[in-house]
Ligand binder design. Structure first.
Ligand SMILES: Nc1ncnc2c1ncn2[C@@H]1O[C@H](COP(=O)(O)OP(=O)(O)OP(=O)(O)O)[C@@H](O)[C@H]1O
Ligand SMILES: [Mg+2]
Length: 613
């Protein structure tokens, strides 16, 4: 084992900047950002927090009292030292009451006092922990919700450059680190500081020379721990980065399992997996070696510290400058003082981790949504649903290349417009502009004569029922995947929507019907079934404008006809825009538009269109 450790080279660069997204690379960590991020949540939990702090203070006080009953037993009962004034009064009082405080009585008294103090330590400590845990859970939930709510306000271009797993980690793990910093680490640091100050204070009062020696040892130990801790921290960080690689690749392996099998690429994929795992294993051994080293040093130095106080104290006892009881208090306090020192690295790394995560979270929360309600935004009044686009232009890269140029389009209520054109022409982009998920760089769009920019986002977006090209179905019961609303829905409406997309027969044949559980990405349904469920979800919304991106893709001819008949029925009174390459849909359209190279034209003849598609 020793040889194995020696053969392993230390990490080339423990900081691994490549693991971090350039846009999210942490700058100087800042307490201000952490505070600002969590301030409303801390304020909301102020009562529980105050209770926790109070319990913590009681626990600290009781902890400091804990060695004193033993000192009194040693000095007053076992060594027969001159009793302090308060003990003399107590003896007089009990004698007057007919209960003289003899040796046995004193042992019972001091032992009971110890028991009470120990109980106070335990009860106050557990009350502090419970209060902290309650605040933490509540804060994690609220901050996660705040960040998810903020990301929901951003347009896709503002976060699409980040991996979704990375954003997920921010919401899950980073929030926990931040909350732990503010509700656990900071109180713990305050607690340790208080204990250290009080302990040293009492030690200096009882015997200044011994206290000075104790302080010197503690400072030396703290320095050593910091040096060794830095090595451990670097190696831990490297290990975590390696684990991130393993987790990321494992996730890809799981998602890509059918593709890997179909390509018979199991072996090369496993070889890559093993290679990444081996790196993680090496990093783990290095981390353990550093931890073992540090523990060894700590134990040795702890021994030196306690032995020095014990030896020095015993000499002072021999010279009559210290009582035996004082010595026991000193040794107990010394052990107490060493505890925060042992924790100094954990605390330091929790602080730096918490602050850097706060930095990352702030960067997300500080991204201003590029679409938001203007100061004078109005609610869209109910109306027919006439949509007009005038000279609309859109660019994904701030004008370097234009996906859409000079788009003029009129979508009329009661009409079905079919938009078609080559792949990559900008059709899906245009659909997202129409439902105000993307903001055009140029031009103007009006809904029933009202300019989009003058309307509130919520009131405008709530007029559209949309089926996107890359649809997502949430896992869980089918009825919940179809109806994404807090309001309850009549079961018959779900069946009607399923019938419109020719899915009701299949769902009725399933043993659990509408309660059938969808796996992740609806993996237990076929590609065409998934598309039809997604279409049913849009139809269920029953909104004035229906926008469908490739509603007939992957769907057999028979089901296509059922869907087309349903569309004919429901489009009465609705404004419909469908993107499709299917002739069947174009034949039923009131208007067909051709989009190519970002420019719209009306197709000259059906034959030219068939030739191109
Ligand atoms: N987030 C993005 N960032 C940069 N470019 C993008 C982004 N999304 C799409 N594009 C580019 O914009 C162009 C239009 O894409 P869009 O998805 O609108 O095409 P489409 O007409 O719907 O194609 P298809 O028929 O294949 O679905 C494409 O060239 C595409 O590469
Ligand atoms: Mg598309």
């Amino acid at each position: 084992m020793r040889q194995a450790v020696l053969r392993i080279r230390p990490p080339p660069s423990p900081k691994r900047p490549a693991m971090t997204d350039a846009n999210t690379a942490p700058t100087a960590p800042s307490w201000r950002r952490a505070w600002e991020l969590a301030r409303p949540e801390l304020w909301a939990s102020r009562k529980t927090l105050a209770f926790g702090y109070l319990a913590g203070l009681i626990a600290v006080g009781a902890l400091l009292l804990l060695p004193w009953p033993l000192k009194l037993i040693i000095d007053q009962v076992l060594s027969d030292k001159a009793p302090p004034a308060w003990l003399l009064s107590a003896r007089e009082f009990t004698e007057a009451a007919g209960l003289p405080l003899d040796a046995v009585g004193q042992v019972i008294l001091f032992s009971s006092a110890y028991l009470l103090i120990a109980l106070a330590v335990t009860l106050a400590g557990s009350a502090e922990k419970m209060a902290g845990a309650r605040v933490r859970e509540r804060m994690v939930l609220r901050i996660r919700d705040k960040i998810l709510g903020h990301i929901q306000q951003l347009s896709p271009g503002q976060y699409a450059h980040r991996r979704s797993g990375d954003l997920g980690l921010h919401i899950l793990v980073d929030v926990q680190h931040l909350v732990r910093l503010l509700t656990k680490t900071v109180p713990l640091i305050i607690r340790h500081l208080l204990i250290t100050l009080f302990t040293l204070g009492v030690m200096f009062i009882v015997e200044p020379r011994l206290a000075a020696a104790g302080l010197l040892i503690v400072v030396m130990l703290a320095l050593l721990v910091r040096i060794q801790g830095r090595i451990l921290r670097d190696r831990s960080r490297f290990k975590r980065a390696c684990e991130g690689d393993v987790a990321g690749f494992t996730q890809e392996c799981m998602k890509g399992m059918p593709t890997v099998r179909a390509l018979t690429a199991e072996k090369p994929v496993r070889a890559r997996f093993q290679q990444i795992n081996r790196a993680s294993l090496r990093a783990g051994i290095l981390e353990t070696a550093a931890a073992v080293n540090m523990e060894r040093t700590m134990q040795a130095l702890n021994g030196v510290a306690v032995a020095s106080i014990m030896g020095g104290g015993a000499l002072l006892v021999l010279h009559g400058q210290l009582t035996l009881g004082d010595l026991t208090v000193f040794i107990a306090y010394m052990v107490q003082l060493l505890k925060p020192v042992e924790k100094i690295n954990d605390l330091a790394s929790a602080v730096s981790r918490g602050l850097s995560r706060a930095e990352l979270l702030s960067r997300i929360i500080e991204i201003p949504p590029d679409m938001r309600d203007g100061a004078n935004a109005r609610t869209l009044p109910s109306g027919a649903g006439l949509i007009q686009l005038r000279d609309v232009g859109y660019s994904h890269d701030k004008g370097e290349t234009w996906v859409l140029r000079h788009i003029d389009m009129l979508l009329q209520p009661g009409e079905l417009t079919v938009l078609t054109g080559p792949s990559g022409a900008g059709k899906s982009t245009l659909l997202q502009i129409v439902c105000r998920q993307l903001e055009p760089a140029l031009g103007e769009i009006r809904f029933d004569g009202h300019a989009y920019t003058e309307l509130t986002l919520a009131s405008l977006r709530s007029r559209f029922a949309v089926m996107l090209q890359h649809h997502h179905l949430f896992s869980g019961p089918l009825r919940d995947a179809l109806w994404l609303s807090e309001r309850p829905v009549d079961e018959q409406r779900l069946w009607d929507a399923l019938a419109m997309v020719d899915m009701s027969r299949h769902v009725r044949s399933l043993p659990n019907g509408l309660d059938t559980r969808l796996e992740e990405d609806a993996g237990n349904f076929s590609g065409g079934q998934r598309a039809r469920l997604s279409l049913a979800r849009a139809l269920l919304l029953d909104r004035p404008v229906l926008l469908l991106d490739e509603p007939l893709a992957n769907i057999d001819l028979n089901s296509q006809h059922i869907i087309l008949d349903a569309l004919d029925r429901i489009r009465q009174g609705k404004t419909c825009l469908a993107i499709s390459h299917q002739a069947a849909l174009r034949q039923r359209a009131d208007q067909v538009l051709w989009l190519e190279n970002g420019v719209i034209s009306k197709p000259e003849s059906a034959t030219t269109m068939e030739a191109v598609i």
